[in-house]
Write a protein that binds this ligand. Structure first.
Ligand code: ADP
Ligand code: 5GP
Length: 195
């Protein structure tokens, strides 16, 4: 499941709940050149690497997708996707629109979900109430949000995160529906009914 959202729309909150409800799902851990924030752990939140290391990985075609976001580089390693497929793990990818588009164009599979705030005013209120960003950072995020929202058209699903419980139910419904798609059910059906 690929999830994108403007900063402040509630993606982190919703993803956290999703991973609690569906223990077979795991968060994909991206590579980034951004500095760790206090409390962030290498290998848990991100693989924090130098610019040179990231460029080396690009040159070696090690990324399934990568993009520059807020002046830093972020990417999903191909090996992360391959290992999860091998081990039958469903991944949640919290990535920006540029990366999501690359994955959709190259690989196609998966559910592409865009999470929206109920309004720009509420987005601003949430960014301010989170009080983790300086006012100029919040302004930049609002401007970028307006640009990102134009990308919703090519996503498979759109969730408006107004009431958190409703948004969470809708996101869960997408996970369940995706897991019941015929190609994913055939192996189990073949075992049950010898077809
Ligand atoms: P993101 O990861 O998209 O940047 P967060 O999950 O950090 O967003 O949410 C931004 C802020 O908004 C947090 O303080 C969070 O508690 C709050 N929030 C998230 N969803 C809702 C909601 N449905 N209603 C009210 N506040 C919300
Ligand atoms: P943050 O620095 O706040 O953790 O993330 C900033 C932005 O980078 C978020 O929009 C997040 O979705 C995006 N992001 C995180 N990891 C990746 C990744 O691997 N690829 C892409 N394209 N974007 C990512």
């Amino acid at each position: 499941m690929i999830i994108s959202a403007p900063s402040g729309a509630g993606k982190t909150t919703l993803c956290r709940e999703l991973l609690k409800r569906f223990p077979h799902m795991r968060e994909s851990i991206s590579y980034t050149t951004r500095q760790p924030r206090p409390g962030e752990m290498h290998g848990e939140d991100y693989f924090f690497v130098s610019h040179d290391e990231f460029q080396r990985m690009i040159a070696e075609d090690a990324f399934a997708e990568w993009a520059e976001v807020h002046g830093n580089l972020y990417g999903t390693a191909l090996s992360t996707l391959e290992n999860s497929r091998k081990n039958g793990i469903d991944l949640v990818l919290d990535i920006d629109c540029q990366g999501a588009r690359q994955l959709k164009e190259q690989f196609g599979g998966g559910s592409y979900v865009f999470i929206l705030p109920p309004s720009m005013a509420e987005l601003r209120r949430r960014l301010e109430s989170r009080s983790s960003d300086a006012p100029e950072v919040i302004e930049r995020r609002i401007v970028r949000a307006a640009e990102e929202i134009r990308e919703v058209r090519w996503y498979d699903y759109i969730i408006i995160n107004d009431q958190l419980e409703h948004a969470f139910e809708e996101l869960s419904a997408i996970v369940i529906a995706h897991s019941r798609r015929t190609p994913r059910m055939l192996e189990q059906v073949a075992k049950l009914f010898d077809i």
